[in-house]
Design a protein around this ligand. Sequence first.
Ligand code: KG4
Ligand code: ZN
Length: 333
Amino acid sequence: MVVLGIETSCDETGVALVRDGQEILTNLVYSQTDLHARYGGVMPEAASRDHLRKLPALVTEALQKAGIPWNEVDLVGVTYGPGLIGPLLVGVSYAAGVALALDVPLVGVNHLAAHLFALKLADPPVDPPFLGLIASGGHTLLVAVPAWGEYRVVGGTRDDAAGEALDKFGRLLGLPYPAGPKIDALAKEGDPQAIPFPRPMLESGLDMSFAGLKTAAIYWLRDHPGAPLPDLCASFLEAVIEVLVEKALRAARRFQFKRIAVAGGVAANRRLREVFPARAATRGVEVFFPPRELCTDNAAIVAACAHHRYAVLNISDPLSLSPDANLPLHGWR
Ligand code: KG4
Ligand code: ZN
């Protein structure tokens, strides 16, 4: 079964063709970051227009690259939330049009569940049960996943997401949006212990807060002009990582998972990928990451999730499927 996956929830236009929910034939991502760089964040109206401009051509390109003619597409999977409503509308409307024209099922996908499906596309595939840590630019949450299609959110951020905190900190430093990958690179040359940034809410519970960390950074930068950029990046990143790692390990222990799966854009971070497995091993917990290119937004993860929803759970959606900007993961199948 060939699934056409479509992702337009934020500022990446993604189109992928995936066979049997496992084999990626093509996975094209067109990033709008240049368009949004001058605003220092995503401009929803500009994002919607750019998805509309780019999506049809990207689908044609994906079919060509995969050598798949239109009539070999068996299913259309599309992100219908959570995300920006305008960009979601573009993807969902287009996907419904394709499903109608080809007379194939349409399957709506939860963007956060799709991030977890990056693990199913790993080699070898990683399947539940696991405690999921989803850390992206829009979300940071801890989710108990006993099986694919069963999601119980057990903790998360009360304010900024982990990626958002990195992006905002980067903005303070004058780095272009999104700053996460640049902080990743700069941190390699810096000392993670150089600056004692706080670890908010570290000692108890499964909730996180990153807004206070940003405020602490504002004061620190004000009082220490000229601090070396690599040390700043390494130290701030270390604070974010320590909170993510400790909370995920605490959740794994509380809900008796011996395995943690990390997903979302921040899972691409090199330091996190190095530190987390080592720290978890001392507590008898195994940590899994998707391939780096599947951590950030893309449509292969959408296709994989849609395939599971249709082929295993027998779910498809009507052509009238509406996007939901606030679609929750908790209880979604
Ligand atoms: O999952 P994603 O592509 O989009 C959302 O669903 O939000 O995540 C994007 C976020 C951004 O905040 C970006 O700065 C961060 O992931 N990010 C990283 C890295 N690559 C992307 N953060 C740290 N290190 C990276 N290598
Ligand atoms: Zn995402």
